[in-house]
Design a protein around this ligand. Structure first.
Ligand SMILES: Cc1cc2nc3c(=O)[nH]c(=O)nc-3n(C[C@H](O)[C@H](O)[C@H](O)COP(=O)(O)OP(=O)(O)OC[C@H]3O[C@@H](n4cnc5c(N)ncnc54)[C@H](O)[C@@H]3O)c2cc1C
Length: 552
């Protein structure tokens, strides 16, 4: 008998979350040309990571230690020992954060975030790779090499990104933190109101305004701040930790800079550009994390619908329940298809520097779309999954309610959904990103077998762009509507393209059914075998004996 496990309260626990996710594995094959081997990561995220995240959420919150036996305040956060082990293992042994710095695709990194799913834990890895990214691209000699520790190439260290201040997170231009240089170093004074990784980060990136710089976002510079200053003292204070309704695995605190020693990243007047680049890294992570939340919720729901009976039948066999599962899975596959595109575009653009090329603007445009779209999917699929569980779905006893709570952070942090929509508009109006978008998708549409459906979806894109262009004064009013249409129509086209490239008819069927749902609010009844294939992730889930799995 195993000593304590989640076996009896979770259906997703203990499975290899990579191997059974056939749609995602096929999409990776489509994007990378061949499928990477994440079996070990799949097993680890389905077991140890899964259990740890559940445990931390309920019983083992990060704790701020702000008084030590030597009468000094260490301002550190004490993490659950299992959490410490898991994050080190993910970075050091499973190498989630090192891929791009060793010349591999960002798909490999984001696969890790997707498989982890838990936004708190994924956040720790994300703020660390964001710090590595900025140092790798723009860090001076003395600090650049820390990227090797932050990516796990060398002994792991932990990073963080602190931009938000009390007077505005969306409005970064309202930042009040000041930077001044004395004869030795840059000194920062200010207060960062949402600081994830506070108390565990060895170093952080932060925004500040150099004395005399202009106002607004363009006057911000980006700085690197080590936890310990040159004299060996704590370089900033952690005022308190936030009491949050999710993301518990990552401590989020308030950080105070008092003559904090800092190092300038790159050129002072380009700080906001570096910050936006860094946010692209985390917005893609947020999107893949959101898809991870949706996928974990789906696994729980499918498993439960396979063991629970009502009216003499397994609930999965009731048509309405099958439709719930189908619609949830269509959303997951649409979201993943869009993510494949967004990450591939980032792969091509991430070495760009300001002033950027069109391919960078296009990658940013698609990132804004992906961030909104996937956050909605996480919320919707986790909500459906809770409902699939009936009454126990609402209970704190079972993991499914946590996934819904976790989903709800994804439209907020890393820039809210409104901000993504506004930034998408900006990428269209000021950078013409939609022109590259149109050219790229036109080419994809032309190569499809189901040209009629591809063209129908492409017309949605063209028509939406026209509406945005026709009435620029209404641009903000319709920005989210436009973003959503771009996302859904792109997903249809991309699913068709995956089907074409892999010669896989099920993806074409997914594209058709998703199109029905997304644009006609109706899904025709698919053939039984097609329905079964889609909701069981191409048969991998129907191969599991769910009753046996949860047997006492
Ligand atoms: C758990 C957690 C961890 C976080 N960790 C970090 C971190 O590590 N580092 C960091 O820098 N930040 C962090 N944040 C902050 C987060 O990024 C911000 O909360 C977020 O960007 C929103 O900013 P805000 O809270 O100031 O909301 P506000 O900017 O006050 O926005 C409030 C509402 O107004 C809307 N709004 C604002 N402007 C407009 C507009 N022009 N048009 C339409 N609507 C608008 C927003 O969409 C939102 O709905 C964290 C937040 C949370 C909850």
């Amino acid at each position: 008998m195993p000593l304590n496990s989640l076996e009896h309260i979770s259906l997703a626990y203990g499975l290899d979350h990579y191997s059974l996710d056939e749609p995602y594995r096929l999409m990776l094959r489509y994007s990378l040309g061949k499928e990477p081997d994440f079996k070990e990561l799949g097993k680890y995220t389905g077991k140890e990571v899964y259990e740890m995240a559940y445990r931390v959420d309920r019983f083992s919150f990060p704790t701020l230690v702000n008084w030590g036996v030597n009468e000094e305040n260490p301002d550190i956060v004490w993490l659950d020992p299992m959490e410490r082990e898991v994050i080190v293992n993910l970075v050091k042994n499973l190498g989630v954060n090192r891929h791009p710095f060793e010349g591999r695709s960002w798909h490999n990194h984001y696969a890790g975030i997707y498989l982890i799913g838990d936004p708190g834990l994924a956040c720790i890895l994300t703020i660390t790779i964001q710090t590595a990214y900025a140092l790798f691209k723009y860090g001076d000699k003395g600090i650049r090499d820390y990227y090797k520790n932050l990516s796990g190439i060398d002994e792991p260290l932990w990073g963080a990104t602190w931009f938000t201040e009390v007077q505005g997170g969306s409005d970064l231009g309202a930042n009040e933190t000041k930077a001044e240089k004395d004869e030795k170093a840059w000194k920062l004074n200010g207060y960062k109101y949402f600081s994830s990784g506070a108390g565990i980060a060895d170093m952080a990136l932060t925004t500040a305004r150099i004395k005399g710089a202009k106002g607004g976002a363009k006057g911000l510079s980006l700085f690197f701040v080590p936890r310990i200053n040159a004299s060996g003292k704590i370089n900033y204070r952690v005022r308190r930790l936030k009491w949050k309704s999710g993301t518990v695995a990552v401590p989020t605190g308030e950080v105070e800079f008092i003559d904090t020693e800092a190092y300038l990243i790159g050129e002072p007047e380009k700080g906001i550009y570096y910050t936006m680049e860094d946010l692209m890294v985390s917005r893609l992570a947020n999107s893949m994390g959101a898809m991870g939340v949706a996928r974990k919720s789906y696994l729980e729901a499918y498993g439960y619908a396979s063991i629970r009976s009502a009216f003499g039948k397994i609930t999965k066999e009731h048509p309405l329940m099958a439709r719930d599962l189908l619609e949830a899975e269509l959303k997951v596959e649409a979201g993943l298809a869009l993510m494949m595109k967004a990450i591939s575009l980032f792969d091509e653009a991430w070495h760009d520097e300001p002033p950027y090329t069109d391919k960078y603007h296009y990658a940013r445009f698609m990132t804004h779309i992906a961030k909104n779209f996937t956050a909605d999917i996480a919320a919707e699929v986790s909500r459906t999954a809770m409902e699939v569980f009936g009454g126990i779905g609402f209970l704190y006893d079972f993991p499914i309610e946590r996934w819904h709570r976790e989903a709800l952070i994804t439209p907020i942090w890393e820039g809210t959904s409104n901000i993504q929509a506004l930034d998408m508009l900006e990428a269209m109006w000021k950078k013409g990103a939609h022109k590259t978008f149109l050219e790229d998708f036109e080419e994809v549409v032309r190569s499809q077998e189901d040209v009629a459906l591809a063209e129908e979806a492409f017309n949605v894109i063209k028509d939406t762009i026209k509406k945005v262009e026709e009435k620029p004064q209404e641009g903000e009013w319709i920005a989210k509507w436009a973003l959503n249409r771009f996302a859904r129509a792109s997903a249809v086209i991309l699913l068709l393209d995956i089907s074409r490239a892999l010669n896989d008819n099920t993806f074409a069927e997914v594209a058709r059914l998703y199109n029905d749902m997304a644009f006609y609010n109706n899904v025709r009844v698919p053939e039984k075998s097609v329905l079964e294939s889609i909701i069981s992730l191409r048969g991998t889930l129907s191969g599991i004996d769910w009753k046996e799995k949860v047997k006492v």
